[in-house]
Design a protein around this ligand. Structure first.
Ligand code: PAF
Length: 275
């Protein structure tokens, strides 16, 4: 695996190759390695990036304490068969203040966007920069970050970028907890409690499949259940898969999303369902 830190060297190395890109912020787990496996059929070169993107962190978020584990990450990516690893320093990607940013539609002001203002703009901006630098044929994103995936997919379509966006299923621990770099912040007791988030979503799915269509009532009950168990929920929401808007009772392809804080750690999860 070739490790590259500069844009110029990366461009030279990838010129003429069909690249499948896996953008990450490092602190890698099995979910990221699943993205690498999903990338393989989409290019003759798999490139991963590790860059903790300051632009997508709010002022009170965990940018400074976000775990940086380059040595372990690079070993994992090499073992997973990544051909090129791009690990730019901040000054390489942002040599001057990034005053040109991607403007996003209303979708970015709800769900994650409502609770993490600026987050999705920061993601879209760095992803567009990475796409311009790498010029990949395909890029892989996890379904756990459902809204991020939709924003990137819509951006690529509306801005006519010739890149296939490949979605990858959420990787889970045996007890259902979605794998996340932030799970490492959980204490032992919190880790034991954490799978409740996924169980809550599964319970909502069961009730929807049994015929319940009063989505606001289901959401409110689920929030209450989480709060009773020491969670601080930001939202539990039943939405349409296509655009993450509130569904009518006749809509069939749904996604149930949740974000909640357990102690100081904010976890997100979602599951899709067809009714
Ligand atoms: O999902 C992530 O890890 C990040 O949001 C991404 C896509 C690498 C952009 O920084």
């Amino acid at each position: 695996m070739q490790v590259i830190e500069t844009v110029a060297e990366l461009r030279r190395t990838l010129a003429g190759r069909r690249t499948a890109l896996v953008p990450t912020m490092g602190n890698l787990h099995e979910g990221h390695l699943a993205l690498v496996r999903a990338a393989r059929p989409h290019g003759d070169c798999v490139a991963a990036s590790i860059f903790v993107n300051r632009l997508q962190f709010g002022p009170s978020e965990d940018f400074d304490r976000y775990p940086r584990s380059f040595g372990a990450d690079s070993d994992k990516l090499a073992a997973a068969g990544v051909d090129v690893l791009f690990t730019p320093q901040e000054a390489e990607l942002y040599p001057e203040p990034q005053s040109y940013r991607v403007e996003l539609p209303e979708l970015a002001g709800q769900l994650e966007g409502a609770f993490r203002p600026g987050f999705l703009h920061g993601v879209a901006t760095v992803v567009l920069k990475l796409f311009n630098i790498v010029q990949p044929a395909a890029a892989v994103f996890g379904k756990k970050d459902c809204q991020q995936l939709l924003i990137v997919r819509n951006m690529v379509r509306q801005l006519n970028l010739p890149i296939e966006i490949v979605p990858c299923e959420t990787a889970r621990a045996a007890d259902g907890l979605a794998l996340s770099s932030r799970n490492g912040y959980l204490s032992g007791a919190e880790r034991a409690e954490a799978p409740r988030l996924h169980r809550t979503l599964e319970d909502l799915r069961r009730r929807i499949l049994a015929g319940s269509r009063d989505y606001p009532a289901l959401e409110a009950e689920a929030m209450e259940q989480l709060a009773k168990n020491q969670w601080k929920p930001d939202y539990v929401a039943v939405r349409k898969q296509s655009d993450l808007q509130a569904p009518a009772p006749t809509d069939r392809q749904l996604v149930i999303l949740a974000a909640a804080r357990l102690g100081t750690t904010r976890l997100i999860d979602n599951i899709e369902t067809s009714v």
